[in-house]
Design a protein around this ligand. Structure first.
Ligand SMILES: [Zn+2]
Ligand SMILES: [Zn+2]
Length: 1010
């Protein structure tokens, strides 16, 4: 065995180490570059990567998305498509800021300002640089082929300029406005939260529940009772709302409440809500800030909770704010942007909303105003970055009106092909319901909004760096990046009145940064190609990405395909959609693959505090990237993925079946000296029917896999591959094993062809294992499976496939029947009867007999099975009522008639298929299995001959185990001793042949190498 053609395979693959080896080999060979060179100038497939936030290491949920992107880019590359492989990093916004704040121990905006914005900006960039390097390393380890080093970073000045241009256009169309609104606000982050950031941030919380008495000014001894779960808003109370249609009643203790809320109480007086309107009352804290308080009508007042009288604080709630506009109410804003009470709130000054809540409850109690205090469980929104409960606050924010954009966006969405389809509907729902886009954030490390509102009333919007330079009054020399603090030192001249104007302090929503990418990275409207032109501002030194010219944009826009997690519908899918409709009036992508959420293997959310998150590095080491990728690819995109080491283990087990098939080929090809040739891929020679079947079966795999990839459904490819592996291992190799004990060219050639084709199909999903095995199996073809072209799909011989499928089904049922009888598969049996199998299976009686170790196979009516029919109680009970008992008894006694279509007649009732549970069991001495109209019955009776033969197979099995344990090669001949004189007498030759023994003698069981 000196000149082995194939590298022998170990019994079990070491995924992690073979992957490292392949990575190094790709690197050394420049495999990816070779692939790109080959495809350059070919048809294009445009993919645009959604940026990952560069604030951490790679999580396994990112690895999911990255795998899908990589799979389809690899598939398209195999098909010869020229592609862009630009990876993207999201580099600005609160994720980055909060990370840096934590590392520096800063807890508020004043602390950041004290630390210094310049130093803070540097730290933010450092975090991005570190994180980008880590994400890149882990992505490479995952096997993702990207144009690393030419990534886009959204904090580049170029990216920022492109957003500026978009905003200028928005302003030109009159869609930009500054709104004075009540908005959800994170007191820790000190900024407003926009609508798309709010979805999914509701959590279950227990908050204080207070019933508070507010004395009426003109009705001595009487008071209103209101209910609130946000005590901190009470000092800002200016009104109490009643439902004008509802009835209110006066309790004997002088309290007014809605009658509907207390139906069992006695009331001294009853009035309609509309009659209460206009009453005035004493506020809960008039000693702090004096204000008018009156009763107003509001149709929305709920009679489902509270007292039916609603506390209104327009400075602390969005509906309250709107009511204030209608009724001209005073607007008290008690807390600053960090959620702490202003000076004028006396003893509350400086307290947070939570701290104030406790003090307020105490103060109300002292004043005798507290009716009741408890806890209330409800869903309440919290900040998606820092998990602080949100409050409502009045703020001035910048908005883009969606009034004119909603319909064009819905129309554009109609042109997009979504997989799964319902996600397109989700996008439409979002577009129908979206409010104006709040694009401003009162923060630091973000896109500087280029708004310069002048005292003369003119809003100057700067559209580019060149325009800024042209209109700047001073500060250009220190403008290192288009970023705070540097840009705030560059005032411009008002185009209307010529006076100096300063920029607003706000930065932009991060989704502006990510949404502009289909324009900023592709060189939209850029007159000339600029080498490394994207590497500007903070991105300088981090990437070598060019800024292409407009012709390039024309070529690559819109994207043929994008893929991200479902939550990106309202985020990245939305923001790039929005900007694309604004700029060019159409969708930036044609097809989308979305996918649901990742949970842990038990179906729980993954949280670091629960200890069930999995680090990607850990998964690479313990599972291997291929096994992770398989787990991602096997997942239907419309369901949550339950990811973990448990499922990983199961995948390894399945992959082992495939590995064993390759190992079987390698072992015997080495022994027999089989040498295949890539030039003659199709098997030649005297093909047996089974060989011809495997060739057709392989064509089926290629066709199914191609269809799966084309539909962007990896789950279909995995299923096709798994069923193919089962056919190869449990049918072809099982049935042909003996042919590999000599140099049967047709058998070797056919198996090699099938394995090679399956590696090509597997390559996009499992790039490491497929290349590792390819390099072993294909020695005169393309050096890497990733450089071999995609196998041309051809229509297989469906008749032949159906025939063998029918045979395999009979065998499968036969195995089930045998195992139900507890007889070992090694024990030969006398007879088997098959009913209902396709006619085509009839010609395969010998194979069926051999597989199931029976002496005789007969096709015909199975009379040996007994039909058991039981009522399906939940269905039949309601239908039959009292008659059920009788029917049940008749069924038990077997007194029924079988009708066609799976129906039964019993006691004059006709029972439909779903109403009964049907079971076919073997009569005494027979084992039966049945499924979808095919029934297999096996005679389980044993006689002395069968028993003796059964012992023969036991003995052969035992000897072969002993061979393995003794470390013998597959081809080693042995001398064998067995203790059974009867076996020796009847089956001596057969024993010798099956165990490669040159001699078999009587004695204690042992063997030695001959
Ligand atoms: Zn926050
Ligand atoms: Zn002006």
């Amino acid at each position: 065995m000196a000149d082995q053609v194939f590298q022998p395979l170990p019994t079990v693959p070491d995924h992690a180490s073979l992957e490292e080896e392949i990575l190094a080999w790709w690197e050394a060979q420049g495999t990816f570059e070779q692939l790109r060179d080959r495809n350059r100038g070919g048809p294009t497939f445009s993919f645009i990567d959604g940026p990952v936030t560069a604030n951490k290491t790679l999580g396994v949920h990112h690895a999911w998305g990255r795998t899908l992107k990589d799979v389809f880019q690899r598939y398209k590359a195999l098909r010869g498509f020229d592609q862009r492989y630009q990876n993207g990093f999201d580099c600005q916004g609160l994720w980055i800021e909060v990370g840096v704040e934590r590392s520096l121990g800063l807890n508020s905006k004043p602390e950041i300002e004290e630390y210094g914005l310049e130093a803070f900006a540097r730290k933010c960039r450092d975090l991005v640089v570190r994180s980008a390097a880590e994400i890149t390393g882990a992505s490479k380890r995952l096997g993702q082929w990207m144009d690393w080093g030419n990534d886009y970073f959204t904090f580049s000045d170029t990216n920022i300029e492109y957003v500026w241009r978009m905003l200028k256009k928005v302003h030109g169309s009159d869609w930009l406005y500054k709104g004075h609104r009540s908005t959800e606000w994170c007191p820790r982050c000190g900024t407003s939260i926009s609508q798309h950031e709010l979805v999914g941030s509701y959590v279950d919380r227990a908050d204080p529940s207070l019933f508070v008495r507010l004395p009426l000014r003109d009705r001595k001894g009487e008071s209103l009772v209101i209910w609130t779960t946000t005590p901190w808003t009470l000092p800002a109370n200016v009104a109490a709302a009643v439902n004008p249609e509802a009835e209110y009643g006066l309790r004997s203790n002088g309290e007014w409440v809605a009658v509907a809320r207390y139906p069992d109480e006695k009331f001294m007086e009853r009035l309609r809500g509309s009659e209460l309107v206009g009453w005035t009352y004493e506020g809960p804290f008039d000693d702090l800030v004096g204000a008018q308080h009156r009763v107003i009508p509001w149709d929305e007042v709920s009679l489902e909770e509270g007292t039916g009288i609603v506390h209104i604080a327009p400075g602390c709630g969005s509906e309250d704010f709107e009511l204030a506009q209608v009724y001209g109410l005073e607007m008290l804003t008690p807390v600053d942007e960090s959620g702490r009470f202003y000076n004028e709130y006396g003893w509350l000054h400086g307290l947070s909303t939570v701290e104030a809540g406790e003090q307020i409850i105490g103060a109300l109690e002292e004043k005798g105003r507290l009716v009741e205090a408890g806890l209330h469980e409800h869903r309440y929104p919290e900040c998606w970055r820092c998990h602080t409960p949100l409050i409502f606050r009045i703020a001035d924010d910048w908005f883009i009106s969606v009034r004119d954009l909603r319909q064009p966006m819905r129309d554009a969405n109609g042109t997009v092909e979504w997989t799964p389809e319902y996600m397109g509907k989700r996008m439409d729902d979002w577009l129908v319901n979206m409010g104006d886009w709040n694009i401003s954030r009162s923060r630091y490390y973000g896109l500087p909004l280029p708004f310069y509102p002048c005292a003369c009333g003119h809003l100057n919007v700067i559209g580019s760096k060149a325009e800024l330079e042209e209109r700047a009054i001073e500060g250009l020399e220190q403008l290192e990046e288009l970023r705070r603090p540097w840009i705030d030192r560059v005032p411009v001249r008002c185009v209307e009145c010529g006076e100096p104007v300063e920029r607003v302090k706000e930065v932009g929503d991060v989704w502006l940064d990510a949404g502009i990418v289909p324009f900023s990275t592709l060189g939209w409207e850029n007159p000339t190609w600029i080498p490394e032109g994207y590497a500007t501002g903070a991105a300088k030194g981090l990437t070598k990405a060019d800024l292409p010219d407009h012709a390039y944009w024309e070529q690559w826009f819109p994207a043929d395909w994008v893929s991200e997690m479902r939550e990106q519908i309202r985020l990245w899918f939305y923001s790039q959609f929005f900007m694309s409709v604004v700029l060019v009036g159409r969708s930036p992508y044609e097809r989308v693959l979305g996918y649901e959420k990742m949970l842990d293997e038990k179906g729980r959310e993954m949280h670091s505090s629960w200890g069930n998150t999995i680090d990607a590095e850990d998964a690479f080491a313990r599972m291997g990237a291929d096994v992770m990728r398989w787990q991602f690819c096997a997942q239907p995109p419309d369901r949550n993925l339950l990811f973990g080491f448990g499922p990983g283990h199961e995948i390894k087990r399945r992959l082992l079946t495939f590995w064993n098939s390759v190992k079987f080929f390698v072992d015997y090809a080495n022994i027999e000296g089989f040498t295949p040739s890539w030039q003659r891929l199709d098997p030649a020679g005297d093909l047996k029917p089974l060989d011809r079947w495997l060739v057709e079966r392989t064509k089926r795999l290629v066709a199914d896999a191609t269809a799966g990839y084309e539909a962007t459904l990896t789950v279909d490819v995995i299923r096709a591959f798994e069923s193919f592996v089962d056919d190869v291992s449990n049918w072809y190799i099982r049935r042909s094993r003996r042919r590999f004990y000599s140099l049967d060219e047709a058998a070797f050639g056919t198996l090699w062809y099938a394995l090679v084709q399956s590696l090509r199909v597997l390559a996009p999903m499992l790039p490491f294992l497929s290349d590792h095995l390819w390099r072993n199996l294909v020695q005169d073809g393309p050096a890497s499976v990733h450089l071999a072209p995609w196998p041309e799909p051809a229509a297989p011989d469906e008749e032949l496939l159906a025939e063998i499928a029918a045979v395999r089904r009979v065998v499968e049922l036969g195995r089930q029947a045998r195992s139900s009888s507890q007889l070992k598969l090694r024990q030969p049996l006398r007879r088997l009867v098959v009913t209902g199998a396709a006619d085509v299976a009839h010609g395969h009686a010998d194979e069926i007999a051999d597989e199931l170790r029976v002496k005789e196979v007969r096709f015909g009516e199975v009379e040996v099975s007994e039909l058991r029919v039981r009522p399906n109680l939940p269905v039949l009970g309601p239908k039959l009522g009292a008659a059920l008992r009788e029917v049940r008894e008749s069924l038990r006694r077997g007194e029924f008639e079988e009708l066609d279509g799976g129906r039964f007649q019993v006691d004059g009732h006709v029972l439909e298929p779903g109403e009964v549970l049907v079971e076919r069991v073997g009569r005494e001495g027979w084992a039966v299995a049945s499924e979808d109209g095919v029934t297999v019955a096996i005679d389980t009776a044993l006689d002395d001959d069968l028993r003796l033969e059964g012992r023969l197979f036991d003995r052969i099995h035992e000897v072969n185990v002993l061979r393995k344990e003794s470390g013998l090669e597959l081809t080693d001949r042995i001398r064998l001793w067995i203790p059974d004189s009867d076996l020796l007498e009847h089956f001596g030759e057969r024993l010798a042949a099956e165990t490669l023994a040159v001699s078999v003698e009587l004695g204690e069981l042992r063997l030695e190498k001959a």
